[in-house]
Design a protein around this ligand. Structure first.
Ligand code: HEM
Ligand SMILES: *[C@@H]1O[C@H](CO)[C@@H](O)[C@H](O)[C@H]1NC(C)=O
Length: 334
């Protein structure tokens, strides 16, 4: 009798210990799919590599998608949802519309994964993996991608409107990052993503002709570079979608030359150059980090990898929250 009772007590304790322990175990981990989808990394890598063969810009576009996903409702794949009924897609918010791209590549990755391990890998994790692989394939650092995010069931159009913008001033941009516990080092490192990819004239047109309504070019823009940029971005077309490389010296290589450009007043976006050159001492904390990363690619790579893991941990849905979408563009039904 007493023995039986103590067994019950013991078992109850074990159950309690297990329940208590569960919350202490990491909900996300790099080996999350080890049993359920062991080839996840290789599959994502193969599709990204194929995309890169036909479009050298694909890695940059995929890297940006992870950022725009994580900064709106956390890293929950909400960016990938299309318009549906009353739900307004984040894709149509100004920072994304006619700009965010790579969605077809994500569809290709999802299709390959649904084929190999149906219903297992979330769209949010696909973006995190594709971002790391894109950086690595471009010659940048690698890192262990935390996995186990689940997909959200709603888009946040208003949230997407508020994404960091190229004409936001430095203090506002720093605030938008610190909201997610991304400090100045993370902020400067993450913008180093602009070592790859392109930007449309409409995002820096004001710098060339009419900065802050002054009808003057931006004084923090090198004159020779200004004249070069004016040739492909005419004054007559402020909405021009013509493309320029974000890092002209090595447009598709992930390296630290982006920071060297800033030191020579050759940042393409106002938000890029602002980290070094924002007026009124606003750049006093970010400028030394720009200088440090320009001088050490190792420092930049280490800080970038750390910051990407931090960004990837923004408000993930885990456990039984959210769902594993079957199609990244729509929430599951039925
Ligand atoms: C201050 C914050 C940031 C601002 C204001 C900003 C702004 C922009 C703008 C305006 C473009 C050009 C888009 C176009 O012309 O269609 C762009 C491109 C890009 N951004 Fe950012 N960005 C920021 C931070 C980041 C971060 C944190 C990442 C990733 C970690 C990132 C990755 C990229 C990449 C890779 C591209 C090129 C995309 C492509 O070629 O398709 N950006 N960004
Ligand atoms: C310059 O910008 C200001 C304010 O944005 C605007 O009112 C003005 O019309 C612009 N000037 C030109 C020449 O486009």
């Amino acid at each position: 009798m007493a023995a039986a009772a103590s067994v019950v007590v013991l078992c109850a304790l074990v159950v309690l210990a297990a329940a208590g322990g569960a919350s202490a175990w990491p909900v996300m981990s790099p080996s999350y799919y080890e049993a359920s989808c062991p080839s996840v990394y290789d599959i994502v890598r193969r599709v990204v590599q194929e995309a890169r063969c036909t479009d050298p810009r694909a890695p940059a576009s995929l890297l940006r998608l992870h950022f725009h996903d994580c900064f709106v409702n956390g890293c929950d794949g909400s960016l990938l949802l299309d318009d549906f009924g009353a739900m307004h897609s984040e894709k149509n918010a100004p920072p994304n519309k006619g700009s965010a791209r790579g969605f077809d590549v994500v569809d290709g990755i999802k299709a390959a994964l649904e084929n190999a391990c149906p219903g297992v890998v979330s769209c949010a994790d696909i973006l995190a993996l594709a971002a790391e692989i894109s950086v690595e394939l471009s010659g940048g650092p690698s890192w262990n991608v935390m996995l186990g995010r689940r997909d959200g069931t709603a888009a946040n159009f208003e949230g997407a409107r508020d994404l960091p913008g190229p004409t936001d001033d430095l203090d506002l941009l720093r605030r938008k990052f610190s909201e997610f516990n991304l400090d100045d080092t993370d902020f400067v490192a993450l913008q180093g993503a602009h070592t790859i990819g392109r930007a449309q004239c409409r995002f820096f047109h004001d710098r060339l002709y009419n900065i802050s309504g002054t009808e003057q070019p931006d004084q923090t823009l090198d004159m020779a570079y200004l004249n070069e940029l004016r040739q492909s971005c005419p004054a007559s077309d402020p909405e021009s979608t013509a493309l320029r490389n974000l890092d002209p010296p090595t447009p598709d290589a992930f390296d630290n030359s982006f920071y060297g450009n800033l030191l020579r007043n050759r940042g393409l976006l106002q938000s890029d150059q602002g980290m070094l050159s924002a007026p009124g001492g606003a750049a006093s904390t970010t400028a030394p980090i720009v200088v440090r990363f320009a001088g050490s690619q190792d420092d930049f790579f280490r800080s970038f990898a750390t910051a990407m893991v931090k960004m990837g941990n923004i408000s993930p849905l885990t456990g039984s929250m959210g769902e594993i979408r079957r199609n990244c563009r729509v929430v599951n039904r039925g």
